[in-house]
Design a protein around this ligand. Structure first.
Ligand code: URA
Length: 201
């Protein structure tokens, strides 16, 4: 299976990595909303300073809160599987969430929490400059596009950048959705690779 290539971006300026590092520090010490009080670790996100694909989930769960890393629990295992099936190398994508701290009991983040965290996601997208942003699930689609109804919107690309798809946790609940998530991730890879790379396959 072909691994997703990121060679164009290899000459990336070191300032981006520095800016992401300082943004991560800011997130780790953030007290902008009440979620800060309940966290073990904030989960800023991870990935290369320049990645062609940026994935947005909802919020850290228990495993992510303990590890300080996104998608390392059960939803993470499914995401890893789907990325492999789509021919994408996890180490080459930037993975983050709408909110960077775990909501109590894994409830959906509240509006004011999403608002408080919004500048972090905005800065991450500006710094990483992805070619495709995958909005995984309703929370991500609502936060970024102000739309709801992932089941009918999945696979659609907005503003030539934002691709709506299922959240990996939805695939955990309903295995029939895996095919759609993999197919959307493949579409993201193909969009990121561009027409030239497609012809080379
Ligand atoms: N669910 C998410 O939305 N994000 C994670 O990091 C883990 C589970």
């Amino acid at each position: 299976m072909k691994s997703y290539q990121n060679s164009e971006r290899e000459g990336r300026p070191p300032e981006i990595a520095d800016s992401l590092r300082s943004l991560n520090e800011e997130i780790r010490s953030c007290t902008r909303c009440p979620l800060a009080k309940g966290r073990t670790k904030a989960v800023p996100g991870e990935g290369p300073g320049r990645a062609d694909i940026l994935l947005v989930g909802e919020a850290p769960g228990r495993d992510e809160d303990l590890a300080g890393r996104p998608f390392v629990g059960r939803a993470g295992s499914i995401l890893d599987r789907c990325l492999i099936d789509a021919g994408i190398d996890r180490s080459e994508v930037f993975i983050t969430n709408v909110v960077k701290c775990r909501p109590p009991g894994n409830r959906r983040p509240k509006k004011d929490e999403v608002e408080a965290c919004r500048p972090y996601l905005k800065s991450q997208i500006e710094l990483v400059q992805p070619k495709v942003v995958c909005l995984m699930g309703n929370a991500a689609a609502k936060a970024v596009l102000d739309v709801e109804g992932v089941t009918s919107l999945r696979g659609q690309v907005f503003r030539d950048l934002l691709l709506v798809t299922f959240h990996p946790a939805a695939v955990l609940r309903n295995g029939n959705l895996k095919e759609a998530l993999v197919s959307d991730l493949k579409a993201a890879r193909e969009k990121a690779e561009g027409p030239k790379a497609l012809h080379q396959k």
